[in-house]
Design a protein around this ligand. Structure first.
Ligand SMILES: C[S@@+](CC[C@H](N)C(=O)[O-])C[C@H]1O[C@@H](n2cnc3c(N)ncnc32)[C@H](O)[C@@H]1O
Ligand code: SF4
Length: 446
């Protein structure tokens, strides 16, 4: 079997990064190669199948609004803090949920995740309205994990009370840095002096688990600035801390304005991650199966574990939300408030485009997700596909072991080389199918 040249594959991956506004660049086939608009009937039939199968899917709500876009942010964001827009969004979300609801009557979701953007930008009234629309349309398991992403700037005690009353049991607060100079440099709306009291207010509200997101390697961030932030955050005793290494994708303002990073910047970023890892291990935190560490593993992001890494279906609602149904359909919602509103008002699902997955593509998707988060075992693959990895991908895995991107461990499991970015490039190069690479490198897809 021949593998595509490095050069051509770099070109293909550049398209993957530039063409995926969900920032979910390890999904397969990648969004940049999606060329289908699945019909509502097809989507609804896939969800009927998921509901009938009796496995609990995940429910995801994408709230795309932010007051301003931070220069480092790689997510799909609409800079819009007007209450009218938020109101229009929630009304459309109610309609989208109602369109899907009849097919999901027998399904019971194991997770509900509000991501963004900034879900905490919605007012108390709109938050309560959103929860009641979701409860009207869908059923949650009694022990469902309900996660809510918040920016500390907009997380008031009143909103915390609504979240607690609505059953949010995991709050993830984006702090990024407590250094005023860094916050100003990345053009983020955040008053650092108030962040600690916001965290304490969240604790007092009685939300069981709190995660803090920090970033390593931000523009203008020095190692000592990172350490100071990290030490302070650790002293608050959050349940998990997620250190996100800055990824300057084409969707960041940093890259759009021509920002680049030197090798020294990347080395500094690694030093920050290493420092945080050491300190957390010493404080009794443990590695989770994805790239965060927890004082209590029950605080882990279950939607990430079950749906994104675990291969379960997840239903995405909201502007720009991605869904995966029954291992055979992936699609993304439209990316503007106007279209989201129009489509749902006309009684149509607000889908922009999607892809029908072949069984092999579903297997590749499973492997790419698992391997991005550290590793895969043959037992997991067999449980999902009744087939051994080495039967399904003999040449690919042999080659990946040979070049060192994958390390074979006892009992047929593989872990990714610690130089994860470089190893992951080779993993994708080995697993991407020729027709997908062709679609990504065709001039017309530029
Ligand atoms: C959807 S964002 C947001 C939550 C919330 N709006 C906030 O800013 O606090 C989720 C997390 O992604 C991380 N993030 C954003 N852009 C990133 C990038 N370019 N590289 C790595 N992590 C990033 C940040 O740590 C952020 O907390
Ligand atoms: S990091 Fe959060 S607040 Fe900043 S632009 Fe991204 S989603 Fe919005």
């Amino acid at each position: 079997m021949r593998f595509v040249s490095r050069r051509l594959f770099e070109k293909a991956l550049a398209r993957v990064e530039a063409g995926d506004f969900s920032s979910y660049i390890f999904q397969y086939p990648p969004m940049a190669a999606w060329d289908t608009v699945p019909s509502d009937a097809e989507v609804l039939s896939a969800w009927t199948e998921v509901a009938a199968a009796g496995r609990s899917p995940g429910l995801y709500v994408h709230v795309p609004f932010c007051k301003t876009k931070c220069t480092f942010c790689r997510f799909f964001v609409l800079e819009d803090d007007s209450v009218d827009s938020h109101e229009e969004f929630v009304a459309a979300l109610e309609r989208e949920a109602a369109l899907l609801s009849p097919r999901m009557k027998t399904a019971s979701f194991s997770t509900l995740y509000f991501g963004g953007g900034t879900p905490s930008l919605l007012s108390e009234r709109l938050l309560a309205r959103t929860f009641s629309a979701l409860r009207r349309s869908f059923r949650l398991n009694p022990d469902a994990q309900i996660t809510f992403e918040a920016n500390p700037e907009f997380l008031t005690p009143k909103k915390l009370a609504v979240l607690k009353a609505e059953g949010v049991n995991r709050l993830t607060i984006g702090v990024q840095s407590l250094d005023d100079r860094v916050i100003a440099r990345v053009e983020r709306t955040q008053t650092n002096s108030a962040v600690a009291s916001t965290f304490q207010a969240a604790r007092s509200a009685g939300i069981p688990y709190i995660n803090i997101d920090l970033m390593a390697g931000l523009p203008g961030q020095t190692t000592s600035s990172f350490r100071e932030t990290f030490d302070q955050v650790l002293s608050w005793k959050p349940d998990t801390i997620h250190i996100n290494p800055f990824a300057p994708t084409p969707f960041t303002r940093f890259s759009q304005r021509g920002g680049t990073r030197t090798d020294a910047d990347v080395r500094r970023q690694r030093a920050m991650q290493d420092y945080a890892g050491r300190r957390m291990r010493k404080a009794g935190f443990r590695d989770l199966p994805h790239d965060a560490m927890a004082a209590d593993p029950a605080a882990a992001n279950r939607q990430l574990e079950e749906s994104v890494i675990g291969g379960n279906s997840f239903l995405g609602l909201g502007i720009g939300a991605v869904s995966r149904a029954a291992g055979r359909l992936r699609y993304v919602n439209v990316g503007s408030l106007r279209r989201y509103s129009q489509e749902t008002a006309a009684g149509r699902l607000p889908i922009q485009k999607g892809a029908r997955l072949t069984p092999r593509q579903n297997q590749i998707d499973f492997l790419l997700n698992r391997l991005w988060y550290g590793g895969v075992t043959d037992a997991d693959f067999r449980a999902a596909f009744a087939l051994s990895i080495t039967e399904a991908f003999p040449d690919e895995f042999k080659r990946l072991e040979k070049c060192g991107a994958l390390r074979r461990q006892p009992r047929m499991s593989w872990s990714v080389h610690p130089e994860r970015q470089r190893a992951y490039f080779e993993i994708k190069r080995a697993l991407y199918e020729p027709e997908i690479i062709r679609a990504l490198t065709r001039p017309s897809t530029a």
